[in-house]
Design a protein around this ligand. Structure first.
Ligand SMILES: *[C@@H]1O[C@H](CO)[C@@H](O)[C@H](O)[C@H]1NC(C)=O
Ligand SMILES: *[C@@H]1O[C@H](CO)[C@@H](O)[C@H](O)[C@H]1NC(C)=O
Ligand SMILES: *[C@@H]1O[C@H](CO)[C@@H](O)[C@H](O)[C@H]1NC(C)=O
Length: 372
């Protein structure tokens, strides 16, 4: 029952499925069950891969994890992430990271790695952009293929299993732009990266479909102009550069530029695969709508863009040379009152609200299923 409702959502998120391909998709919709989830991506979804590859990485140090786990897990937040709230809503266990030797992968795997890019490290290097994490999206896809070998022995057996799973292909690509922006690339350079980033994401989605995936969520980018790190980095006295939420217009326009191209690519792919649901998840609107009603959710009005964990005596409590997890960097008294956890990632409270926003499309009638 739950899964059927979930499926209804997917179709609401992608009304196109029904309108253009009603018959085929409906037959798919009638018997969906989510027995597993598979996540590809970066720090927005990493539940502990990066910290296993690089034990001293920042998200593996206190105060990360303080709210929910009371110790760091490698999640880049004070607590749970969007993917964790989806797991809870679907009555699945939290996804273990692929690199966890003791991981239980009965109900899926998390391949996301903090800092990962969509494009290969070598591809970025050829554009004079240094990426710091080798486990890029295509490497994560290779991990998935290795995992499949352990999970099923024939293509049809794999297809049968994967057909009952929910896939998250992203958010990914944000770091390609983050690295470029922090290495002095212009907005024009960044825009030039977008088609290749989208192509890589869609290549992975296609491969997943070929392997047997039938329900794939493809998240877009955040409104990066509202992210503390961008606000601090590109701070200006020119008030015209900011929108009504205090976000940088040009960076939000850039995020929309990526998101528009991603949605077009999703629609094209959906047309080619009417029997599969490829669903855009609007992380941009999810966060923007939370920011626009922030005080009603208990966020501090004057701290809308201020990092909870950070240093720097400025509007943003952010100093890239002394970030959260470094020695002596303080934490705000109540992370639930902040949207930004460390200037780059959001608090559990903000992620929970984003997940709620996304799930309201996915579980519109299921009032009794609530995230913790
Ligand atoms: C893995 O998790 C499943 C349920 O989520 C459980 O039934 C199984 O016993 C677990 N396996 C191990 C080895 O802990
Ligand atoms: C990117 O890396 C993958 C393997 O991880 C490789 O198969 C592919 O050829 C590379 N692509 C480019 C453009 O370098
Ligand atoms: C590469 O980027 C660096 C800045 O990160 C810059 O100093 C250098 O001129 C760039 N080189 C080329 C060939 O664009």
């Amino acid at each position: 029952m739950l899964a059927r409702d979930v499926f209804r959502v997917l179709s609401i998120l992608s009304p196109f499925i029904f309108s253009a391909y009603g018959v085929n998709t409906l037959s798919l919709l009638e018997k969906p069950i989510f027995e597993a989830m598979y996540q590809f991506g970066d720090s927005i979804a990493d539940t502990g891969n990066k910290v296993r590859a690089i034990p001293h990485s920042r998200c593996g140090r206190p105060p990360y994890g303080q709210t929910f786990f009371h110790h760091p897990t490698g999640r880049c937040s004070d607590g749970l992430l969007i993917i964790d709230f989806f797991a809870q809503a679907l009555n699945l266990p939290l996804l273990d990271p692929y690199l966890d030797k003791n991981g239980n992968f009965t109900h899926g795997v998390n391949f996301a790695v903090a800092g990962a890019t969509a494009l290969n490290v070598s591809t970025l290097a050829a554009k004079n952009i240094t990426a710091y994490v080798s486990s890029t999206l295509l490497v994560q896809l290779d991990w998935f293929k290795s995992h499949l070998k352990a999970m099923c022995s024939t293509p049809s057996e794999c297809k049968q299993k994967l057909g009952k799973a929910l896939f998250f292909a992203g958010e990914i690509g944000g770091n390609d732009y983050n690295y470029a922006a922090s290495q002095g690339k212009t907005m024009e350079h960044l825009r030039a990266l977008v088609p290749e980033v989208i192509q890589t994401i869609m290549h992975v989605v296609k491969e997943l479909i070929d392997l047997g995936a039938r329900r794939i969520i493809v998240p877009g980018n955040f409104p990066v102009g509202c992210m503390t790190v961008y606000l601090a980095e590109f701070k200006t006295d020119d008030t015209k550069m900011y929108d009504e939420l205090g976000c940088l217009r040009s960076w939000n326009e850039f995020a929309m530029f990526h998101n528009d191209q991603l949605q077009t690519a999703i629609q094209d792919l959906q047309e080619q695969h009417p029997d599969v649901a490829v669903v855009y998840a609007d992380y941009y609107m999810a966060l923007a709508s939370i920011l626009s009603r922030a005080t009603s959710f208990g966020f501090e009005e004057d701290g809308l863009h201020k990092a909870c964990c950070g240093s720097g005596n400025n509007d943003y409590n952010f100093d890239s040379s002394k970030m959260c997890g470094s020695h002596g960097v303080p934490v705000c008294p109540d992370p639930n009152k902040r949207v930004s956890w460390d200037g780059v990632h959001l608090t559990q409270h903000a992620y929970q609200l984003m997940a709620d926003w996304l799930l309201q499309y996915i579980l519109p009638t299921n009032n009794n299923v609530r995230v913790a």
